[in-house]
Design a protein around this ligand. Sequence first.
Ligand code: NAP
Length: 202
Amino acid sequence: MKIAIIGAGDVGRALGTNWAKAGHEIRYGTRTQEASDEMTPREAADWGAVVVLALPWAAAKDVSADLGTLAGKPVIDCMNPIARGPDGMGLALGHTSSGAEQVQAWLPEAHVIKTLNQVGAEVMADTSGFALRPLQLMAGNDDGAKSVIAGLLDDLGFEPLDAGDLVKARLLEPFALVWINQALMRGKGRNWAFGAMPRAGQ
Ligand SMILES: NC(=O)c1ccc[n+]([C@@H]2O[C@H](COP(=O)([O-])OP(=O)(O)OC[C@H]3O[C@@H](n4cnc5c(N)ncnc54)[C@H](OP(=O)(O)O)[C@@H]3O)[C@@H](O)[C@H]2O)c1
């Protein structure tokens, strides 16, 4: 599948490398187009059958405005709308909206799916070595797009789990902060992931 990743930073490169190993074709949308697999964000968005937004939250609105309509395309939003306030790291919005719902409002004809925000880039690059397949929840409004993205999560080595419609991104974004808090503030480090453990025989 042709996957366009907008933003070639830690997450963009981790996902692209892992998907390429699974046989997918990857192009990055970047500001500078320094490598042969890089295009402008608009060119990459036109090229991809699936588009991944892997940008800092602060850049997301302006970059999204230049991507075209992305009509009918599955668009993965892996961004966490993180802001630093007087109490430390938190979310810039939540409870009554989410970053993913903002992205959907900027790209109303796209099928936005919130996922790949709940674990660090190291695990996105390599999901091997865990007792269970690392869990990756996803939220979105279009069942067909979610089915495509579930397949791509599976190709990365994740266990996909449908959280429901895009409003459920309000659950997935603070959930990411649980991982971030443990990884960065509580000393657990970055090589762990959430897993869904079925009871024996269920
Ligand atoms: N890092 C993680 O473990 C992790 C895990 C889950 C979710 N996330 C989320 O994933 C997103 C990306 O995180 P990251 O760690 O990959 O960040 P990062 O390493 O800083 O990469 C961000 C990328 O976005 C690009 N970018 C910024 N502004 C741009 C613009 N106007 N046009 C095109 N590209 C632009 C940057 O390009 P330049 O080099 O040109 O600046 C950079 O390559 C964030 O929203 C973060 O919350 C991160």
